[in-house]
Design a protein around this ligand. Sequence first.
Ligand SMILES: Cc1ncc(COP(=O)(O)O)c(C=O)c1O
Length: 481
Amino acid sequence: MTGLLTPAHPSGAVPSSFWVILHPPAVHNRPTGTCKLLRGGSFADTGLLAAVSLLHIPPTLDVEEREPGRNGPNQGAICPFGGTAVAATQEAAAIPDGRGGVVGMHTGAKMGVIHTIPFVNLQRLHQMMGNSLDGAFFSVVKDASFTMGPKLETFEDNFAAYIGVRHAVGVGSGTDALHLALVACGVGPGSEVITVANTFAATAEAIVMAGGRPVFVDVAEDTLLMDLDAAEAAITERTRAIIPVHLYGQPVDMDRLMAIARPRGIKVIEDACQSHGARCGKFRAGGIGDAGCFSFYPSKNLGALGDGGMVTTDDDEIAHRVRLLRNHGEDSSRLHVESGHCTRLHALQAAFLNEKLPLLDEWNALRMRAAALYDDILAPADVVLPVRRDGATHVYHLYVVRVSDRDQVREELAGRGIQTGIHYAVPLHLEPAFAHLGYSAGDFPVCERAAASIVSLPMYPYIEFDEVSRVGEAVTEVTRA
Ligand SMILES: Cc1ncc(COP(=O)(O)O)c(C=O)c1O
């Protein structure tokens, strides 16, 4: 075997997944035309154990374990996407992050690999950070200060300064940030809280946790963000708060929303869990309403190495109340002044996030660059591209397009090694968890149409030009039929 094209991974790690494809020369790394999937065997001689002809590669395929004892330096074995590599040629132990990696020559045919393009690639992000996360870990272990303490305070100060507010209070998750912010804003039994039906379940879940009733509204057809006319029309005398969701990385028109809510004394709690660093005019998302709520779930634009969340606010009272509520209702004199919760941002996560925060703008710029490339490549395709709102930056937590025959498109992309997602497949008014609210199909037609056609394409900082091109070209091809 000669001609390995993928460099060995510096750590020498065995690849987590790869395919080897035997296909005609002149076709590079792409399963076009008739390909043969090799299911293990030796590359050294003609001893291929098995080969199957495929027009396209299914997302999962049972692959036989390679035979014991055939693990020589010039032998290879193949495993399915998401599987565990059973063996690899010496040269082929080369997949740094699940992208795949063996390319070689054998008996005159060209061997290529389908590079899996994952939906999110945290390994690559963390590799780019060198040893800084290790350093953060060891420094917390050395301090042995795991709960509250200086690491958390430093991150809270840094995050507040970044968002441009006076207070940032670290909590255990984005859901808890929303929950505690709602309680601190006076939401409880009898309160209605207006939000959108196409968001992650946690937005509405937090309202229920606070004792309030979610009141769903539809979204704008172009941006899929809260329809502000609908939100205004949904206000009643019981409306205590509105939660705009800065979905996919793009902020809602906060000027207009604040003009609707402020004169009526309604609190605005921004769900900024998908929009770290996005700007709305000159302000950051999460720094405009009465409170902003962030999730540091690992795949977020700013993600911890586990769960985490933050409430941001300029309001001293809201900040004080959230600080009490996250820590058993305990005040600075250690008196438990109310019955609270145990949901503090862990010092370890704060330390990791402190390393990541200075990189956030750069990472967002890389996401925006990838999005611009997708926009270009997909321009001729039969898809609806994301629409950007004037006066706001979109930081592309997700790059979401709309296609007809969405499930078929996803299946075909999976067959080409391209992972996708749906955000979200079931609008919340149709989820069983919210059935008690009494909504039914047809209540929010824009959300419902979107739910049937949206697909989220791979998006993360350091996604490579070639990967975006390959996804864009594949989407163009599979939507052409
Ligand atoms: C829009 C939105 N709101 C709330 C949350 C909840 O955040 P967490 O998972 O940290 O509780 C998420 C997380 O995915 C989200 O995307």
